[in-house]
Design a protein around this ligand. Structure first.
Ligand code: BGC
Length: 747
């Protein structure tokens, strides 16, 4: 072959190769263009078209009017692309109205994200979250969150500021009501369940909402239990106690978090780079966004870390708070901060990207509106109401039942229903009640009246106000008790005593309610106390003197009916305390998973860790609750005497219903690592199961322990399982347990 020929042939080969390449390229490009753009592509395409003002607009959330409408200034802000989200604006028609401005009149047609606090129900109200946690049945929380999501989304709400997953070890703090109590393991289980219930697998669907795990982080550790107060929590304790429910929420796919009001180890949570960036974004790979709590960006000034709003905006946004709730520092100063190089465009873009990503995942660009015709039929469906009653019943905790005072007979001749909470529907609704209406609630009195037979006489005497200092109503209550066969005294807290900004300096029954109980008890009739409350109360006298006590929490729409179900035996109570009940406010903080101290309390030895005036033990321990039947937990078995640090151990026990009624027992598993490089809690919950057993029925319950349960964060802040002896305890509360030991060996 000549050189020219070889050259020609080479050229032909190159030509063929290029043709093939172009053909393949075109084919791929066409198939790409036919495939819908991914969320990330859509986000980036949109971002590329946005002005700085429009970007900052996406970072802004503003509050509506008190009644759920938007404010007069909102449409214009939306039209100009300066408002990305609102809170409290709800109702299909109202949200659609504002959404139409975004979709038809704004340049980029970015939908508005409507947020609202749907905490324990939207219109159908479920028990307060603390009560729901007392069911020790996370599947119930998933179901109630699903109903709340369905009602909310059909009412134009895309996003709930829930679940509140703050660990709370201080019952003075009013917001203990909103979470799952004191334990990280139980808290994580409820966090996971609630996120699943709100968001499902795909929160773009018409029955789901975007969830928000709050308040990131350690808000519940407020000093003195005083709301918004400072917190000092070591990194170990953050990782062991306060982080786990948030981690569970993130692992369950929660789309957003809310940065808390409190300062954490001197750095406010809404400007805390460690928690917002290092942990959340870098370690946990969270790809959703963080919204500030209400004006918590501006409050950085009061915290004393920002000299003015401009600094506050830079600190919060740089730390990783993407959306600003209510205060407007990002919008007011974003441009100047950029010019002054205190903020980079990359930071702003990243914040916008995260928010748009979630708006796409919510399906808002494709379906921005809510079907106005479907709203009404989504609310308070019969099955939702039935579920509210079931959950309220399963949340109740029987604290005392001497001489089988409960259940009461429905045919008892006459009943005195007494107490300021007996006919208080607002207390059933409780705090953060979404769009719930007092008139839809069933009071305990109404529930009892509906339950008993036609012949039973039900009398009612309020006895005084929950918070008042008058005893004027006592005599009427005493007279009624005298004329009745049984007295049911319903005492506790009103709705305004729980939730945000409702910290108390005592956990006694407020007002003169204890005296009312004492006066009624003194009449000598069988007396039952029903507690309606949102926090542990110190009820030592009642526990010592009244034969039966039912902790009913604040039960929601069907609270009163559920109380009656339990009092009269249609429901056998099976709830357990998700939080310790101290004897007195002076014992706080008091939680079951404490460290041992160098001088554990000993009755005979003064120089040990205890109090002079009262025992060191609680009134009712974590995990405690009785039933109308009796259970026996026995025969604790381990699958092996030792496992490696990465191994698995199966722990099982038998639980038997040795009474005469069907009932539920919550079998609880605790561990202790008695010798480690850091002091470990005397007990840590690592497993629980609620089971229903018929009389005489016996079942073996199994738990599996592994690395996830046995390890801890060591001094070098690494998660380790340290070899050595472990103890495992299984029982019906955190005190009454069977115990066994096993060894963990190096891998
Ligand atoms: C609360 C949050 C709540 C927000 C919006 C704040 O005062 O701390 O829990 O989500 O208001 O209503």
């Amino acid at each position: 072959m000549t050189a020219t020929k070889r050259h020609k042939r080479f050229k032909a080969q190159v030509f063929c190769f290029v043709c093939l390449f172009v053909a393949v390229f075109l084919a791929t490009a066409t198939s790409h263009s036919q495939r819908p753009a991914s969320v990330e592509q859509r986000v980036n395409a949109l971002l590329a078209r946005m002005t700085l003002a429009e970007k900052l607009g996406q970072l802004q959330q503003l509050d509506g009017e008190g009644n759920g409408t938007f404010r007069p200034e909102h449409p214009d802000l939306v039209r100009k692309g300066l408002l990305g989200s609102t809170l409290n604006v709800r109702g299909a028609q109202r949200t659609n109205q504002l959404q139409r401005v975004a979709m038809n009149e704004s340049r980029l047609k970015i939908p508005v994200l409507f947020g609202f606090d749907v905490i324990h129900g939207y219109r159908t109200i479920f028990p307060i979250p603390l009560g729901e946690a007392a069911s020790w049945d996370p599947s119930l929380a998933e179901r109630s969150a699903a109903v709340a999501a369905q009602e909310a989304r059909n009412s134009g709400v895309h996003w709930t500021f829930a679940p509140m997953v703050d660990i709370a070890r201080d019952p003075r703090w009013g917001r203990i009501t909103e979470g799952a109590g004191e334990d990280p393991f139980l808290g994580a289980a409820f966090a996971r369940a609630r996120v699943r219930g709100f968001q499902g697998n795909d929160y773009s669907t018409q029955d789901k909402v975007l969830a928000c795990a709050k308040h990131w982080v350690a808000y519940g550790a407020a000093e003195g239990g005083r709301d918004y107060n400072t917190t000092e929590v070591s990194e170990n304790t953050l990782r062991e106690i306060y982080f786990p429910p948030f981690k569970a929420a993130v692992d369950a796919g929660v789309g957003t978090l809310m940065s808390a009001f409190n300062s954490l180890n001197g750095v406010p949570a809404s400007a805390n780079t460690f928690t917002l960036t290092k942990v959340l974004r870098d370690e946990w790979k969270f790809d959703g966004f963080v919204v500030s709590d209400y004006t918590s960006v501006r409050e950085l000034i009061n915290h004393g870390v920002a000299g003015n709003e401009e600094d506050a905006a830079a600190m919060a946004l740089n730390a990783g708070v993407e959306m600003e709730m209510v205060s407007r520092s990002y919008n007011a100063f974003g441009q100047k901060l950029l010019q002054d190089k205190k903020l980079s465009i990359a930071t702003i873009d990243e914040a916008v990207r995260r928010i748009l990503r979630i708006k796409f995942r919510l399906g808002l660009f494709d379906r921005p509106y809510t079907d106005e015709a479907g709203e009404r039929s989504s609310l308070m469906r019969p099955e939702s109401i039935r579920l509210a009653r079931e959950i309220a019943g399963r949340s109740m905790v029987l604290l005392k039942n001497d001489r089988d005072t409960l259940p009461l007979s429905k045919n008892v001749g006459s009943i005195a229903v007494i107490g300021p909470l007996a006919d208080d529907r607002g207390a059933q609704l409780s705090c953060w009640a979404g769009d719930g209406k007092e008139e839809d609630m069933v009071s305990p009195l109404a529930g009892i009246r509906a339950k008993v037979s036609a012949q039973t006489k039900v009398g009612y005497a309020k006895g005084g106000d929950a918070k008042g200092d008058s005893s004027a109503g006592f005599q009427e209550a005493i007279n009624l008790a005298k004329q009745s066969d049984v007295a049911i005294v319903v005492v506790g807290e009103t709705a305004d005593m729980v939730g945000e900004a409702a910290s108390r300096s005592t956990i006694d029954l407020p007002g003169r309610q204890l005296e009312l109980v004492q006066a009624v008890q003194a009449v000598g009739k069988p007396t039952v106390v029903v507690l309606v409350n949102g926090r542990p109360l110190s009820i030592g006298w009642i526990a010592g003197n009244v034969p039966a006590i039912l902790e009913s929490w604040m039960g929601g729409s069907q609270g009163g009916n559920a109380i009656a179900d339990v009092l009269f035996g249609d429901v056998n109570p099976g709830g357990k305390l998700p939080v310790t009940f101290p004897r007195s406010v002076g014992q706080i903080p008091m939680h079951y998973n404490y460290l041992n101290t160098g001088r554990p309390p000993e009755a005979e030895n003064k120089y040990t860790s205890k109090y002079l005036e009262m025992p060191w033990t609680p009134l009712y321990p974590f995990g405690f609750g009785l039933s109308y039947t009796k259970f026996k937990v026995s025969n604790l078995q381990l699958s092996a005497p030792s496992i490696t640090a990465n191994g698995k151990l199966t722990v099982s026990v038998e639980v038997e219903n040795v009474g005469r009624r069907a009932g539920d027992e919550v079998v609880q598993l605790y561990i202790r690592d008695p010798v480690a490089t850091m002091s470990r809690p005397v007990k840590e919950l690592k497993g629980f199961q609620r089971v229903t057993l018929q009389p005489g029925e016996k079942r073996r319950i199994q738990f599996v322990l592994d690395r996830e349960h046995l390890g801890f964060w060591n001094r070098a802040m690494r998660y380790v399982v340290e070899p050595g002896e472990f103890r495992v305890m299984v029982g019906s509360n955190s005190v009454d347990v069977l115990e066994a030991k096993f060894q963990v060996t190096t891998n």
